[in-house]
Design a binder for this molecule. Structure first.
Ligand code: SF4
Ligand code: SF4
Length: 235
């Protein structure tokens, strides 16, 4: 948009003196989120085939396997902006409508755990994965997952926003069996872990925080549905 033209918001001011800086911050935040997702993807693309190459393990994650979609899934606000852009595409109108329809029920079932989990993320982001706050976080996560409150983007067992899903959904992969992905199954899932993946996740989190700072918003992630609800309104 011409920076000297009247701003599209109808304020009557020139674009450069009105929404320009906010739009620019939004573009920078989106760039940061895209870069974070690409870093995760570039590792996962290599790592998954590598795991299976010796024939000792197989990747358990596959289309239609979705117990993990009831976990406490979060996204940075820049990631949520990318999802909201995708939801605004005319061909994704039905996905957006389903999300908006499911959101109130998801919210109702998500409390009180997601409120305290979000507060802990805000207070402890980047902190050590040990100690009382970490233990409390794990306890709330476990309580949340038992509710089976599925992500509003899970439709009939499949991820409706797969091409633009957040980094946490891309990086979380389980090997050998999905049996332990449900709560109280008598064991823990074997989650794929690698130093390069850890590093990509760290970088994506830092990029997400930096993008959120540019937006003048919270640096810590939010529950995915709340982040997307904000982004759909924010433009
Ligand atoms: S994380 Fe578990 S539930 Fe989710 S797709 Fe992978 S195997 Fe299935
Ligand atoms: S974004 Fe997709 S993969 Fe991630 S929790 Fe939601 S439905 Fe599942």
């Amino acid at each position: 948009m011409d920076r000297k033209a009247s701003c599209r918001c109808g304020s009557g001011r020139q674009y450069r003196n009105c929404c320009y800086s906010q739009d620019r911050a939004g573009e920078e935040a989106r760039r940061a989120a895209r870069s974070g997702l690409e870093q995760i993807e570039s590792v996962v693309r290599v790592l998954l085939p590598l795991v299976e190459s010796r024939g000792e393990h197989k990747v358990a994650c596959k289309a239609g396997c979705n117990a993990c979609c009831a976990q406490f899934v979060r996204a940075s606000l820049p990631e949520a902006l990318l999802i909201a852009d995708w939801l605004r595409l005319p061909e994704n109108a039905a996905v957006r409508a389903r999300f908006e329809e499911k959101l109130p029920a998801w919210r109702e079932a998500a409390q009180p755990e997601t409120g305290e989990l979000t507060q802990l993320m805000a207070a402890e982001a980047g902190g050590p994965q040990e100690g009382p706050a970490w233990e409390r976080f794990r306890e709330l996560e476990a309580r949340y997952v038992r509710k089976r409150n599925f992500c509003p983007f899970n439709h009939q067992g499949n991820c409706e926003i797969y091409p633009i899903r957040p980094g946490i959904c891309r990086a979380y992969n389980v090997i050998d069996t999905a049996e332990y992905c449900v709560p109280d199954a008598g064991g823990s899932p074997a989650v794929l872990s690698h130093p390069r993946l850890d590093e990509a996740l760290r970088q994506a989190a830092a990029l997400g925080a930096e993008g959120a700072r540019r937006l003048g918003k919270e640096e810590h992630p939010l529950p995915l549905p709340e982040a997307v609800a904000w982004a759909v309104e924010a433009r």
